[in-house]
Design a protein around this ligand. Structure first.
Ligand SMILES: Cc1cc2nc3c(=O)[nH]c(=O)nc-3n(C[C@H](O)[C@H](O)[C@H](O)COP(=O)(O)OP(=O)(O)OC[C@H]3O[C@@H](n4cnc5c(N)ncnc54)[C@H](O)[C@@H]3O)c2cc1C
Ligand code: SF4
Length: 329
């Protein structure tokens, strides 16, 4: 580990002032950043501890919730309003990491955690364009079972690891930011980037920008929402494929509205807009759910070892929609 200075920020104003230092990194629970520092993959000169920022979960005038960036993952998952009105978010969080990590991890840090591509971590033995731009990507011709099938490029095929973000994207969450140029809000779906030819640029954050909160808009259909994660082990494993979904079926049995997002398939939490469009106005049947999944995965480009993810994603989307609507196969 390199030498660094530690500063604790009392509030967002102090944090952004300290974070303006070019070598600064914000520190949430440290469950990802400290690991990356130990591996020498992150080398901040100043660590700005932002766990003193708001951790409150507050009701909004329009019926949504504002979750402070310093809220711990466990607190969000267990919050009564989240469990009742946004169960998909509670379930996504509880499907991630372990109890101890969830007790430490913060909302801001979970959103900005880095990929789990094994070649990215292998600084001594593997080439990685994300770690060292222009170096090449050993995952492309290597063992790429856990890598992306949607939206990838010849420069990077890594996936985004967060479960929470998949639910947040399905819920149309908005990220509140503060930084050297003032405060702004960004839909979470626009925060993370696809890799293109600059996989080292992972988000649309401006330098020094801080996440202050995540807002969940009022979304009545989210009461009928859930999260399903398919992984190699029952716990302590990242998603091979995950599905966050909410669905509203009218009395005549047609789908009035649906929200779907996928994890484990792309460089960012993947909003399944094509599947949603294919569902709206159609009868809620297993055949239509499968057709919606087919529409979403039509552009999938599997690699040597992860072709199974295409069928897995289709089946998981279909199964989750059946579970939410009570429709039999
Ligand atoms: C063994 C293990 C298993 C795991 N399994 C899962 C899993 O299955 N699913 C899953 O989703 N996650 C999993 N995780 C990841 C875990 O959820 C993340 O490590 C955690 O959410 C990061 O939160 P943190 O607060 O500790 O972030 P930190 O490690 O403190 O920070 C992570 C990043 O966010 C930045 N940051 C932190 N707060 C802010 C802020 N307010 N504004 C701007 N930048 C900020 C930091 O600078 C850093 O770049 C696992 C982790 C471990 C170690
Ligand atoms: S997939 Fe991306 S993160 Fe993994 S080695 Fe290639 S460039 Fe690096």
């Amino acid at each position: 580990m390199n030498e660094f200075r530690y500063e604790r920020a009392a509030d967002a104003a102090a944090a952004t002032q300290l974070g303006a230092h070019p070598a600064a990194k914000y520190l949430g629970g440290g469950t990802n950043l400290v690991d990356l520092m130990r591996e020498n993959l992150e080398r901040p000169g100043v660590l700005v501890d932002v766990t003193g920022l708001s951790a409150a979960i507050e009701e909004q005038a329009g019926g949504g919730l504002l979750i402070g960036a310093a809220a711990r993952n466990t607190a969000v998952a267990e919050h009564r309003a989240v469990r009742e009105r946004y169960p998909v978010l509670s379930r996504a969080i509880l499907n991630g990491a372990s109890g101890q990590i969830r007790n430490m991890a913060t909302v801001g840090g979970n959103v900005l955690q880095r990929t789990r591509c094994t070649y990215f971590y292998d600084d001594d033995g593997a080439r990685c364009n994300k770690r060292t731009p222009g170096q090449g990507c050993d995952a492309l011709g290597g063992f790429n079972r856990i890598h992306a099938i949607l939206g990838a490029s010849d420069h990077c095929v890594a996936t985004h690891p967060s479960d929470m973000c998949v639910a947040l994207v399905a819920l149309d969450a908005v990220v509140h930011l503060d930084g050297p140029n003032g405060a702004r809000a960004l839909p979470l779906v626009d925060l993370h980037r696809l890799p293109g030819d600059t996989p080292n640029v992972e988000t649309n954050l401006h330098p020094g920008e801080l996440i202050t909160a995540v807002e969940l808009p009022a979304l009545p259909l989210a009461r009928q929402s859930t999260y399903r994660k398919v992984r190699d082990r029952a716990s302590y494993a990242f998603a091979l494929v995950s599905v966050a979904a909410a669905v509203d079926v009218a009395d005549d049995g047609t789908v009035r509205d649906a929200r779907i997002a996928l994890g484990g398939v792309a460089h960012k939490p993947w909003r399944a807009s094509k599947a949603e469009a294919a569902l709206r106005g159609r009868p809620a049947t297993a055949a239509h759910f499968r057709a919606a999944a087919e529409a979403e995965l039509a552009d999938a480009r599997p690699l040597r070892d992860n072709g199974f993810k295409v069928e897995l994603a289709k089946r998981t989307i279909t199964a989750v929609l059946q579970e939410l609507t009570g429709v039999d196969a």
